[in-house]
Ligand binder design. Structure first.
Ligand code: B12
Length: 218
């Protein structure tokens, strides 16, 4: 294993153990060693939180352990996020309203997507988690959004994305809709009339650029 792999593995274990002090310290170490923030997130933190979810599914972890794993991930993200923001300070590619749909408190993936969009040059208004459909629409109007991004992590909250697609169409606003989240796929996005879908934060940036008419080489 290379030094970098050892560090990624330690980050993963810190999340799994719900050790927020270690997660924060290792994130700081990663930046000090010149590891790109996104690499530390995708190769250390994300596998850690996914593995914690798997252990929970298999009955090895209980909810408090999953919560502390998420807290450790957030502690590391607090350190890494400013580095993501610094990575590409270009002029605004478009205005984005992002949030997790109502009834759903999962915000880690949504925040990652919002941060990368912002780092890639979009102006982002992050509305947080459990955002009602009406609030997405009102905010899109007042912010002059080109794009609304809605995350759903629960099969029970995915229908809110469908409601949002219909509400945005009915509002007459120009904003396009991109959806995502672990249970969401392209078939669902097409079925509800969303304009775009991506299964990870980097792909979300590419799709967002296409949706606002600013393809990869602009
Ligand atoms: C961490 C976690 C939690 C944490 C959330 C902490 C937080 N602040 O977010 C806590 C412990 C609080 C939690 C609670 C619950 N959870 Co939970 N949780 C997870 C877990 C393990 C990881 C989610 C995560 O953060 N992944 C890491 C991020 C980076 O990945 P991501 O979210 O998928 O996002 C990426 C992509 O999907 C995409 N993306 C995400 N959003 C968007 C948006 C757009 C527009 C685009 C383009 C892309 C995009 O890009 C992201 C970055 O690459 C998942 C398991 C899993 N494998 O997903 C279960 C999971 C989502 N949870 C689940 C459940 C059931 C719950 C609870 C209902 C449990 C309970 N009984 O109380 C509650 C939900 C309460 C509520 N009302 O919301 C189930 C959902 C099952 C289902 N079919 O609906 C899962 C799948 C676990 C399981 N296998 O059973 N959870």
């Amino acid at each position: 294993m290379t030094d970098r792999q050892v560090l990624f593995s330690a980050l993963r274990v810190a999340v799994l153990d719900g050790d927020d002090a270690a997660a924060g310290r290792l994130a700081t170490q990663a930046l000090a060693e010149g590891v790109p923030a996104l690499e530390a997130i995708e190769q250390g933190l994300v596998p850690g939180i996914r593995q914690a979810g798997q252990r929970w599914e298999e009955g090895e972890y209980f909810l408090p352990e999953l919560v502390t794993a998420a807290q450790a991930m957030k502690a590391a993200m607090m350190v890494l996020q400013p580095a993501l923001d610094r990575d590409d300070p270009s002029s605004s590619l478009g205005r984005v309203v992002i949030g997790t749909v109502e009834g759903d408190i999962h915000d880690i993936g949504k925040t990652l997507v919002g941060t990368l969009l912002s780092a890639s040059g979009f102006t982002v208004s992050d509305e947080g988690a459990s955002v009602p459909v009406a609030r997405f629409v009102a905010r899109a109007q007042e912010f002059g959004a080109d794009l609304v991004c809605a995350s759903a992590l629960l099969t029970t909250t995915m229908p809110k994305q469908r409601e949002l697609a219909a509400a945005l169409k009915g509002s007459g606003l120009r904003a396009k809709l991109m959806v995502g989240g672990a249970p969401v796929n392209k078939g669902w996005a097409d079925a509800i009339g969303a304009d775009g879908y991506a299964d990870n934060a980097l792909a979300a940036v590419a799709v967002a650029r296409e949706l606002v008419g600013r393809g990869a080489t602009d």
